[in-house]
Design a protein around this ligand. Sequence first.
Ligand code: ACO
Length: 382
Amino acid sequence: MPRYAHIIGWGKYAPSNVVTNDDLAKKIDTTDEWIRERTGIAQRHIATEKESTATMAILAARQAIENANVRPLEIDLVIVATVSPEYPFPATACLVQSAIGAERAGAFDLEAGCSGFVYGLASAAGMIRGGMYDTILVIGAETLSRFVDWKDRATCVLFGDGAGAAILRASEEPGGVMASVLGSDGSGGELLIVPGGGAKHPAGPDTVLSRMHYVRMNGREVYRFATRVMAEASKIVVERAGWSLDQIDLFIPHQANARIIDSAAKSLKLAPERIFVNLQDYGNTSAASIPIALCEAVDAGKVAPGNHVVLVGFGAGLTWAACAIEWTAVKPGAPTLPQRVVAGRLRYLWAGLKAIGWRLLRRTDAAASKVIDAVERKTPEE
Ligand code: ACO
């Protein structure tokens, strides 16, 4: 029997700290008018000190687990798409895996710029359809506010923080992620880059003084690239799914710039009501933008079972990616029962306590091994 990969749960998180264009105009040489006209962005959510890529990813994941009605132990794999991970290593996905108590799951981070979530979805669907796994959690999470140069008005006004998650599950029922397109062109890597802090230019006083640890972008070239690949990738994925363009019910593009979205929509001949746009509220949240938009679209009732949904992203790399999804999930109607809320909280509390327990056990084990080794060395040979 063929296997299909259905989206059965979705969740999102955005910091409550909202920064409007006018707020930015008080700090840098910009205006609300310029930002709205050139990008469509009105505000963005910016992480507070207590928030970071992992904390936001965990909250989005919990929401997705909740409305998919799965137990964390059923999750086989956690993929976190991000360009702003918690650390160079360990992977943010491992932090999420531990915090949600997905004890059976493998976990890895995926770095494909703003296309990351769609790359993750396509990879997860492939693994499910191929029979490797049954249940996969895919997250897009970013704290780009920690990587943008707040003195560079050409980039800092564009980005925001947040996370979105989806749970995919195997089924023999047709539907779910029906086709995907993944693309890259590394020759354009320098168009959108954080040049410092990696193996080529390790972090040090020089990289910091020359602001190499911040995002650098050639906006015009990225714009030209984006308008081309968004439409191309969408056409290919629709064809691979065996659909025609007029069968797209909802088009959910990467939320970077309203003009890029308009240009893709024009080329695909999509009417505005078939395009989901929320960048005015979030800015560009990179790998989190598409899953956040997907959640909002589903929650707003814009996606119903049987609908054809196309997700398409582009980003650093350069990369681009698209997925054609035949939507099958029913939006949970009734609010979650209080018992389930309590059970969920207890589960995550227990997962947290267990992680602390394992850490302590590892330290005790290391200390005990040292003592045993020392005693052994002092024991005369027989
Ligand atoms: N406020 C006011 N003026 C500004 C600002 C600002 N925030 N930023 C730039 N300007 C000025 C420039 O200095 C320039 O002035 P000048 O003509 O006197 O030199 C003028 O506005 C025009 O600048 P451009 O860069 O040519 O503006 P453009 O119309 O290209 O818009 C933008 C810039 C919005 C960045 C656009 O190029 C764009 O959206 N590019 C795509 C970016 C993108 O989507 N990146 C995300 C990729 S995804 C990922 O993986 C992270």
